[in-house]
Design a protein around this ligand. Structure first.
Ligand SMILES: [Zn+2]
Length: 232
């Protein structure tokens, strides 16, 4: 089997395995996207005025840990996004992550006052999960954002313990599950930078807030939470 991580083999891989949409598995006409036009249409964009956007943003800002938030899609069960996110996390689809990251990067450029004073901080995976998956989907998103914005990636946020999957947990349980689960090594100096915390999906915001709490102690100018999608 060919490795998905070797770009030189990509044309050969696409010859043997024609370009199929990661969501519906139909042949894609546009080779530049891993998602077909029909599936793109089924993914709902989210705007700052939407209720879910406002509620999630307010929740994060109320923690006192996060200063601003940006996300581009709403995580709806009906559309293609759940499959796309699943492939991003578990399907070995790092190229899909870069594509989604570029999308997020374009929106970030419109929202940031001074990209040159920012750092991209991926939400870390525990080393056990990293070994299982082979890559951190948040880091892959950061690579796509960096291509568009030229903002450097700073992977100094670490997960200190293994946390169980948040999927079936209530908001309170999620907070408990991730409490104290992240840290930044003591010798890291953030020096007044704006930190852009990057995750795939923000649901209750418990993980985001806990990551931001760990970053706060190191003197960032601002913490800007961002994700591909918000889930209710
Ligand atoms: Zn499709």
């Amino acid at each position: 089997m060919f490795s998905r991580h070797q770009p030189l083999l990509q044309p050969l891989v696409e010859f043997v395995f024609p370009p199929l949409c990661v969501s519906c598995q139909r042949l894609r006409s546009d080779a530049s996207s891993r998602i077909c036009g029909e599936c793109w249409k089924s993914i709902k964009p989210i705007q700052p005025n939407d209720i879910l956007f406002r509620e999630t943003r307010n929740k994060l800002i109320d923690t006192g840990m996060v200063d601003e938030m940006l996300a581009v899609f709403e995580f709806e069960e009906a559309g293609a996004l759940p499959t796309v996110i699943h492939q991003l996390k578990y399907g070995g689809m790092s190229t899909l992550g870069v594509e989604l990251g570029r999308f997020l990067g374009k929106r970030l450029l419109d929202s940031l006052d001074d990209p040159s004073s920012c750092l991209l901080v991926p939400v870390p995976l525990h080393s056990v999960k990293l070994r299982e998956r082979g890559y951190n989907q948040s880091l892959v998103l950061c690579k796509g954002i960096a291509e568009i914005t030229d903002i450097p990636i700073a992977s100094f946020l670490k997960r200190t313990r293994y946390t169980r999957s948040q999927t079936k947990l209530s908001r309170e349980e999620r907070q408990e599950n991730v409490a104290g689960a992240f840290e930044v090594p003591r010798n890291v100096s953030i020096g007044g930078k704006t930190l852009i915390l990057v995750d795939d999906v923000i649901t209750t915001g418990a993980t985001t807030a806990e990551c931001a709490r760990a970053l706060r102690n190191h003197g960032p100018k601002k913490i800007f939470a961002t994700a591909i999608a918000l889930a209710p």
